[in-house]
Design a protein around this ligand. Structure first.
Ligand SMILES: [Mg+2]
Length: 373
């Protein structure tokens, strides 16, 4: 029997609540106290395991309850008893069985890649086309409604060698955004600064606010208005000289096919696209039409970051770095057995089999709200 014919015999789920060290405000909502994720562990008959994370956010991609139910009730029976080599067929079946729930499908895809890569004794990036980079520049988000706390974080980022920040705007008024932008440009001049509204601007005032912020020449401005206001996105794009990125407006390849010209670039997230290969497809579709691609994420733990890291390591079209900061700067405890690898402001791409770092099952038990079986 070849390794590809091994049968998937285990499908274990954890719904976790992970404490966080600060409040984060975005244009669409706030996170405080804890973030909730779902972790999936697949086991094969030969004894190998593979892990995947789903990191939904109810105001953005969907609820953790729907994610858990999608995996537990609808996807589990499609996976158990299948051959590990039938990865693509399993993903097609999962997509047909459950609408939306892209984070659940991202967790399944990640776990299948991790499992296959561990069996093959290669890193996940080797199954995604091979490596194009060893390091990915890290961006950290500035999103505390108490700006003094973010100024402390800025000093920490500076001493850690992190050189990119994303200022979250559109949650506490234009004056607050302008004040912070001015202060960051003055006191942290060496940083590459990007801006993300997370849909936070009302369409009545969006163009004027974005023009003001664009005068600071951030590297890009992301998703100023509601996801469905695509023609307004296109108008804003035409009115400013700073690149406009789409995030909430563009989830998967289908959106890329249907909505050209609304932005200069796209934030690529495996939680939005519903998997690693589909995220690569989004990046390639973007590049084919001259759009940039950025490695975005949700409120993930280190397991989700690792999936994104392997995907970006094998995707030359993603040129704007990544925002896998939460495991290092936001969670009080991560679920990995060793820290998510960041060095001198760069995420270090793992070279060991699978996702490259073990999951700490004690942490899964400690932070679990429920599990099955
Ligand atoms: Mg965004």
């Amino acid at each position: 029997m070849s390794d590809h014919d091994q049968i998937i015999t285990g499908f274990a789920l954890w719904h976790l609540s992970l404490p966080v060290n600060a409040r984060r405000d975005h244009g669409i909502g706030s996170v405080e106290g804890a973030v909730e994720i779902v972790v999936l562990r697949l086991s094969a008959e030969g004894g190998a395991t593979g892990y995947g994370e789903a990191a939904p956010w109810v105001v953005f991609t969907g609820s953790v309850e729907a994610t858990y139910a999608a995996l537990d009730r609808y996807i589990r029976p499609l996976v158990l008893g299948r051959r590990v080599g039938d990865h693509a067929a399993i993903m097609e079946d999962a997509r047909a069985a459950v609408a939306h729930c892209t984070e659940a499908k991202a967790a399944l895809d990640t776990a299948l890649y991790d499992l296959r890569a561990r069996i093959a004794k290669v890193p996940v990036w080797a199954l995604l086309g091979g490596r194009c980079r060893d390091h990915i520049p890290l961006s950290c988000s500035i999103a505390d409604p108490d700006f003094d706390k973010d100024l402390v974080l800025m000093q920490r980022l500076r001493s850690d060698g992190v050189a990119i920040i994303k200022l979250k705007t559109g949650f506490k008024g234009h004056r607050f955004d302008m004040m912070r932008m001015e202060r960051l440009r003055a006191d942290f001049a060496e940083f590459d600064i990007r801006v993300d509204y997370n849909q936070g601007l009302h369409h009545d005032i969006a163009l004027a606010c974005v023009k003001d912020i664009a005068s600071f020449r951030p590297t890009f401005i992301e998703q100023p208005v509601k996801a469905h206001l695509r023609s307004l996105m296109a108008r804003i794009r035409d009115a400013i000289e700073v690149p406009l990125l789409a995030d909430e407006s563009l989830f998967g390849p289908e959106d890329m096919a249907g909505h050209p010209d609304i932005a200069d670039g796209v934030s690529v997230k495996i939680m939005k696209s519903g998997g690693l290969l589909r995220a690569q497809t989004v990046a390639r579709m973007a590049a084919a039409r001259g759009m940039s691609a950025y490695g975005g994420d949700m409120f993930e733990a280190g397991l989700g970051h690792l999936a994104g890291t392997h995907m970006i390591a094998a995707t030359p079209e993603i040129t704007l770095g990544c925002e896998f900061y939460q495991a290092s700067y936001f969670l009080t405890d991560d679920i990995l057995a060793s820290p998510f690898p960041v060095q001198d402001g760069q995420v270090v791409v793992p070279n060991t089999p699978g996702l490259g770092i073990e999951v700490n099952e004690d942490a899964l038990a400690r932070f679990a709200l429920r599990r099955s079986p």
